[in-house]
Design a protein around this ligand. Structure first.
Ligand SMILES: CC(C)(COP(=O)(O)OP(=O)(O)OC[C@H]1O[C@@H](n2cnc3c(N)ncnc32)[C@H](O)[C@@H]1OP(=O)(O)O)[C@@H](O)C(=O)NCCC(=O)NCCS
Length: 155
């Protein structure tokens, strides 16, 4: 259940998809890394804004793993989840999937970790609702993000 003080993890999600076109290519003809970063940031922003119920900004991008190249003509989807929250900060994971539309074959090509901070009308950090894990998968994700944050403090 969603209240002003808490929101379920199932709501704290963001997703965007696009078809890889020639203007998005690097010199090898694959999807340019900067395009992937932009999509990752946008998917994370959707998840953060949904959870915060208002504006949120990118505070840091901790890590992006580029495991595989994404060829032209792929359908790229970035799926973001808010996994843990502090007072105003939200720890977000984004997984990138590349689908070959002709066959439906899909590969998880990239993963990223970001921190977003909710802000008020004056751009100051604003408290976010607590994050409620309702399933075993969500509880595991929350616990993993909590220990990642302990090992990688933002300050
Ligand atoms: C992110 C920002 C709002 C933080 O403001 P601030 O006054 O420095 O924040 P504070 O020191 O009070 O910390 C507020 C929260 O942000 C977190 N935070 C601040 N800087 C951070 C960083 N670099 N990485 C991760 N978290 C950070 C703090 O840990 C704290 O979390 P908590 O409230 O959950 O405890 C501010 O630095 C900012 O506006 N940055 C520019 C953002 C931007 O332009 N992004 C790109 C466009 S969206």
């Amino acid at each position: 259940m969603s209240t002003p003080d808490s929101r379920p993890m199932s709501r704290a999600r963001g997703e965007i998809s696009t078809l890889v076109m020639p203007h998005m290519a690097n010199i090898l003809g694959d999807l340019f890394g900067g395009e992937i970063m932009s999509m990752v940031d946008q998917a994370a922003a959707i998840a953060a804004i949904r959870h915060a119920g208002g504006p949120a900004v990118t505070a840091s991008i901790h890590r992006v793993d580029f495991r595989e190249r994404i060829p032209m003509g792929s359908l790229v989807t970035c799926r973001a989840t808010v996994d843990f929250v502090g007072n105003s900060s939200m720890d977000i994971t984004v997984d990138v999937f590349a689908e070959k539309p002709s066959t439906g074959e899909e590969r998880n090509t990239h993963s990223a970790r970001l921190v977003f901070v909710a802000i008020d009308d004056y751009g100051r950090p604003k408290r976010v609702p607590r994050l409620i894990a309702e399933t075993d998968e969500e509880r595991a994700r929350y616990a993993a993000a909590e220990s990642y944050r302990r090992e990688h403090p933002t300050r």
